[in-house]
Each structure stands twice: as structure tokens, then as C-alpha cells.
Ligand binder design. Structure first.
Ligand SMILES: [Zn+2]
Ligand SMILES: [Zn+2]
Length: 76
């Protein structure tokens, strides 16, 4: 009998600490880890208060928020 897999799941994205390479399931866990170990400054989104450990992460989040805002404006 032939076995076929329907699809491959990519699995959860792992968040890795760039300082000590510890891995976390959730981004928020990584943020609290960085704060606890004092690896570096925590960046904050000025719109919703979400915290980030990398400027590029915050930038990406801001782009997503901007896109959402434009979207809701379009729908009115
Ligand atoms: Zn770390
Ligand atoms: Zn935000």
C-alpha cells in the first residue's frame, strides 16, 4: 500500500535569542527573556505598546499596522 502525506506542516516558528541562542515558541517569551537577562533595550510600538527586541521586528510590525489601517479606511 502506498503511503501519501497530504501536506508538510512547517511547524511553529522558533524565536531565537541572538545573544545566547536560547529558543522560544512565542515572541513575547523572547522579549521577557531579553529583559530578564538585560541583553539590550526593549523597543516599544508607540501605537499599541507591543514590545520588540530588534528594530527590524518593530519596523515590520509598524508596516503591518499601517497596512491594516489603510485597509479599514478603505472599508469605512
Ligand atoms: Zn539570551
Ligand atoms: Zn503596534
Amino acid at each position: 500500500m502506498e503511503m501519501k502525506l497530504g501536506h508538510f506542516s512547517l511547524g511553529p516558528k522558533k524565536q531565537e535569542c541572538s545573544e545566547c541562542h536560547e529558543k522560544f515558541h512565542e515572541y513575547d517569551e523572547l522579549v521577557s527573556h531579553v529583559r530578564k537577562r538585560q541583553h539590550g533595550p526593549i523597543l516599544r510600538c508607540h501605537n499599541c505598546g507591543r514590545e520588540f527586541v530588534k528594530e527590524s521586528d518593530r519596523y515590520h510590525h509598524l508596516q503591518e499596522e499601517k497596512a491594516k489601517k489603510l485597509d479599514s479606511r478603505r472599508h469605512r
